[in-house]
Design a protein around this ligand. Structure first.
Ligand SMILES: C[S@@+](CC[C@H](N)C(=O)[O-])C[C@H]1O[C@@H](n2cnc3c(N)ncnc32)[C@H](O)[C@@H]1O
Length: 499
């Protein structure tokens, strides 16, 4: 009886939630986009918060119901065959099948028509390969059976649907899921095949499978790096509108209080695509992008290309060393989750050392706790990806963030979920008047940007910092809980052997 009541309640909430989504189709689309980091949602994200919340709850319940309603053997088969879905999708993207269907539009195309179209098509983003007609027809039937596309059984015609449209391509492929799909179906997928060996914690599964770590792998395969960069840009394109919706008020308030617009530092900001998106949403803001020196030329070209030279500045810097760059907000977008606790504290401490007392740090990445079954699965997937690719990297819980931050003389001031997969963890200095102790005494490697709000000369700041470090002794760093815990754990880790 209790079970029936619970089920009834679940069905009711799902129905109400779906109703909320259906009544506002743009909201449903935005929610889906936002959840999956798909194409950038339309700029007018004016859906009421309660409707989004109900939609999210409904999605979680629906997901839970779909999984729970399936008998275990069915779930077992689906889990075993899941790899085939990824690879079939990737094959069709590589063969540009979805683009052919897009061109056919409402008329649809039979398998034969599609093959004719593919043969006459000029090569584009992904190199076209010759196809055998019969084999391709079987692949299309498999895809239609899995609802990748629709098939009219009477005419034998295939049609693009709301799923396959996400895998069509365009000139720069920003907003298309294809680069992300190929990244997962190719180099990362090989990594997953070595997961059990990766569990020995000697080398990441990615490295065991591909013979190199991610960075070296891309150095040796520049075309794959190009695809990876595109995949990153697609995620970035989606980020700024979400940030505007969930954090825009903070920037507006800052401008009111300080009488000027925000200056954002994007730490590990790549070529500046995230900064670009943000500055388009916040027209008076300025940004400094900090990344490794080898990104400088590409970043400057990009910033010039998007005509934001007067508002974005690239500064070569290394966040594993002291930074000296003063900003109002320090954005670390998908950075900390790539690193272990020791390195995370190291990076955060360097940011902390350079930040003025009014400044805030914004970490953007998944925060693990969620009661939503659907988001839980997505976030756990991100965590596993980090395990496979980097091993040292991980998704963290609020507790883990709190510990990392406190080890860096910072505290968690706000947690802002960004529609599903990612969150903003906002942090402020614990004591705005004291500077954190770091093990380094070396001079800062990054120049203070022109837009800096600092009033003290750099040399004077360095002198003060050094004096403070000498006075307070280096044990402060080691005594921090996150670092101590990790050092204790890593003392049991075997030394790496050759892969
Ligand atoms: C996962 S990407 C994130 C890029 C960007 N924040 C975004 O969201 O698109 C990590 C970035 O960190 C940069 N990076 C890695 N090590 C770094 C270091 N020691 N100092 C500065 N940047 C670094 C990489 O070059 C890369 O651009």
């Amino acid at each position: 009886m209790k079970g029936l009541l619970a089920l009834g309640l679940v069905v009711l909430v799902v129905a109400v939630g779906l109703q909320a989504l259906v009544q506002q189709p743009s909201l449903g689309q935005q929610a889906t986009n936002a959840l999956l980091s798909l194409k950038a949602p339309p700029p007018e994200l004016h859906a009421p918060g309660w409707a989004l919340k109900i939609g999210e709850i409904a999605l979680g319940l629906m997901d839970w119901l779909t999984v729970a309603a399936k008998p275990a053997p069915l779930r077992a088969f689906e889990a075993m065959f899941g790899f085939g879905l990824t690879q079939a999708l990737a094959a069709m993207a590589r063969l540009e099948v979805f683009d052919g269907l897009a061109e056919a539009g409402a008329n649809g195309a039979t398998c034969g028509e599609l093959i004719g179209w593919l043969r006459n098509r000029k090569p584009s983003q992904i190199r076209r390969q010759p196809v055998n007609a019969q084999l391709l027809c079987r692949l299309l039937d498999f895809a239609a059976a899995n609802q990748f596309m629709n098939k009219d059984q009477a005419t034998g015609k295939f049609y693009l649907n709301d799923f396959s449209v996400l895998f069509t391509q365009n000139d720069d492929n920003v907003g298309s899921l294809v680069p992300m799909l190929l990244y997962h179906a190719d180099e990362v997928n090989y990594g997953w095949t070595r997961l059990s060996e990766g569990m020995r914690q000697v080398y990441p599964a990615f490295e065991l499978a591909n013979g190199e770590n991610l960075e070296n792998y891309y150095n040796m395969n520049p075309e794959k790096r190009g695809n990876f960069d595109l995949a990153q840009r697609s995620i970035s394109a989606d980020f700024a509108p979400k940030m505007l919706a969930k954090y825009g008020d903070e920037f507006k308030q800052f401008a009111q209080v300080h009488g000027r617009s925000v200056h954002i530092c994007d730490i590990g900001g790549g070529i500046g695509s995230v900064a670009e998106g943000l500055l388009r949403e916040f027209p008076d803001a300025t940004a400094t992008v900090i990344d490794l020196a080898h990104k400088e030329t590409q970043a400057n070209n990009y910033i010039e290309q998007v005509q934001l030279k007067d508002r974005i500045r690239f500064v070569a810097g290394d966040f594993s060393k002291p930074l000296s760059v003063e900003c109002d907000y320090y954005l670390l977008n998908h950075i900390i989750h790539d690193w272990n606790d020791t390195m995370a504290v190291n990076i955060l401490s360097h940011v902390r050392t350079s930040m003025p007392s009014h400044a805030k740090i914004l970490l953007v990445e998944p925060v693990l706790e969620t009661r939503n079954a659907y988001f839980e699965r997505l976030k756990r997937f991100v965590d596993m990806q980090l395990l496979v690719v980097f091993q040292r990297g991980k998704a963290r819980s609020t507790r883990e963030f709190t510990s990392l931050l406190s080890s860096s003389n910072l505290e968690l001031s706000r947690h802002v979920p960004l529609c599903g997969l990612f969150d903003i963890v906002e942090a402020v200095p614990v004591d705005a008047t004291s500077k954190v102790i770091t093990p380094e005494t070396a001079a800062p490697v990054v120049e203070t940007p022109a837009a800096s709000t600092s009033s003290k000369p750099r040399k004077q700041k360095q002198r003060e910092q050094k004096q403070q470090q000498e006075a307070e002794a280096a044990e402060t760093h080691k005594a921090t809980p996150a670092v101590a815990a990790e050092e204790a754990a890593s003392s049991e880790t075997p030394a790496p052997a050759s892969p």
